[in-house]
Design a protein around this ligand. Structure first.
Ligand SMILES: Nc1nc2c(ncn2[C@@H]2O[C@H](COP(=O)(O)OP(=O)(O)OP(=O)(O)O)[C@@H](O)[C@H]2O)c(=O)[nH]1
Ligand SMILES: [Mg+2]
Length: 179
């Protein structure tokens, strides 16, 4: 059987937009990426080994999603993944407060590893909205955190798909405004 063609991301291409999904383990980064790219969801947790890569043509723009493991054992490996990033989406789980409190640390890791802040698209995703009954971080608190930093805020459920499209739609709309 012929090998599948190797598709290499080309982050220097002006029509490709490199978006990192960052956040604590098990917050749902991979699930969001799968929902966006394939409209699928798996209940079983399979921790990402290092990183995973998804791409989708959104019209004038191809969005490259770099789905990065949140586990500390990959901290060294992650350092090499931050270059030429154009957007960062920080993911937390609305049912686990420590994942919200870790967002600053994730941002710092990105900045400390060469992510250029100036023209960066910043978003926060509060995931697992289907588990409303177990919610411990309120929308108001998360929104306030984002407003003070001028980041976009989205709530979503990778499980039901609610809200996932909005993040990527805003991203591609905003990116179109660029030079
Ligand atoms: N109920 C519910 N479960 C979710 C949702 N998103 C993800 N999960 C579950 O949460 C677990 C972790 O999801 P992942 O997407 O693997 O998490 P991750 O952030 O990629 O984790 P790492 O790769 O280890 O950093 C899995 O069991 C998913 O099925 C959601 O919106 N609702
Ligand atoms: Mg993952």
């Amino acid at each position: 059987m012929a090998a599948r063609p190797l598709v290499v991301p080309t982050p220097k291409d002006p029509f490709r937009f490199k978006l990192l999904l960052l956040g604590e383990p098990a917050t749902g980064k991979s699930s969001i990426a799968h929902r966006w790219a394939e409209d699928s969801f798996t209940e079983q947790y399979e921790a990402t080994i290092g990183m995973d890569f998804f791409a989708k043509d959104m019209g004038r723009l191809v969005v490259d999603v770099w789905d990065i493991s949140g586990h500390p054992e990959f901290t060294d490996m992650r350092r090499n993944l931050y270059r030429e990033t154009r957007g960062v989406c920080l993911v937390y789980d609305i049912t686990v407060r420590s994942t919200f409190e870790a967002l600053d640390t994730w941002l710092l890791e990105a900045y400390n590893n060469g992510v250029e802040k100036t023209y960066l698209y910043h978003a926060v995703a509060g995931n697992k909205l289907d588990l409303k009954g177990r919610r411990v971080v309120s929308r108001q608190e998360a929104e306030a955190w984002c407003v003070s930093r001028r980041f976009s805020y989205f709530e979503m459920s990778a499980s039901t798909g609610e809200g996932v499209g909005e993040l990527f739609q805003e991203l591609s709309d905003q990116a179109r405004l660029g030079p």
